[in-house]
Design a binder for this molecule. Structure first.
Ligand code: B12
Length: 128
């Protein structure tokens, strides 16, 4: 029996832009994945949930400019807690110049505004 891909999705910090994260969560659920949607959370809570829920993917969303601090912090805390396998991905208003540093910090992929949902589904389906 195929294991369902488990995805934890959260909006980073106080980011008020919920639409993108909800649209992505729905699309992944419709594609047959198990989605745990946390709303606004800080890195420690996102990591705790990812570990408790045995997530394959941690999907972060932010459009309010906090990505360079909070997204790498999620990766750092996740790895510090010994979770080496779960991939961390990021969506939202991310300036292209920031993407190389985010990837260096361990973010597996970045999906900006206008990304087709199929591209996100295909990336996640190929992740485990
Ligand atoms: C609607 C909107 C708002 C609404 C949000 C309500 C809501 N429904 O979510 C309100 C009015 C609340 C708002 C507030 C603010 N906003 Co605003 N907002 C927008 C706007 C016009 C559209 C965002 C949207 O809903 N897009 C539609 C969704 C479907 O697209 P998306 O979120 O980008 O999601 C896609 C990808 O990014 C990605 N994705 C997103 N999340 C995730 C998660 C995962 C896991 C994955 C894989 C992919 C993924 O996939 C999605 C599908 O392609 C954008 C401009 C724009 N065109 O992007 C500005 C924009 C994001 N806002 C901006 C700003 C500055 C603000 C405010 C700071 C303004 C202010 N001074 O108060 C506040 C933020 C307050 C806060 N605490 O966060 C800026 C951000 C600039 C930046 N970060 O560099 C933008 C870009 C406008 C601009 N050009 O200046 N905003």
């Amino acid at each position: 029996m195929n294991k369902k891909i488990r995805v934890v999705i959260a909006r980073l910090g106080m980011d008020a832009h919920w639409r993108g994260s909800i649209v992505v969560a729905r699309a992944l659920r419709d594609a047959g994945m198990e989605v745990i949607y946390l709303g606004n959370q800080m890195p420690e809570t996102i990591v705790k949930t990812a570990i408790d829920e045995d997530a394959d993917i941690v999907g972060l969303s932010t459009l309010s400019g906090n990505h360079m601090v909070l997204a790498p912090e999620v990766v750092r805390v996740l790895r510090e807690k010994g979770e080496d396998e779960a991939k961390v991905i990021l969506g939202g208003a991310i300036p292209p110049d920031d993407i190389p540093r985010l990837k260096e910090a361990g973010i597996a992929e970045v999906f900006g505004p206008g990304t087709p949902l199929k591209k996100i589904i295909d990336f996640e389906s190929g992740s485990i």
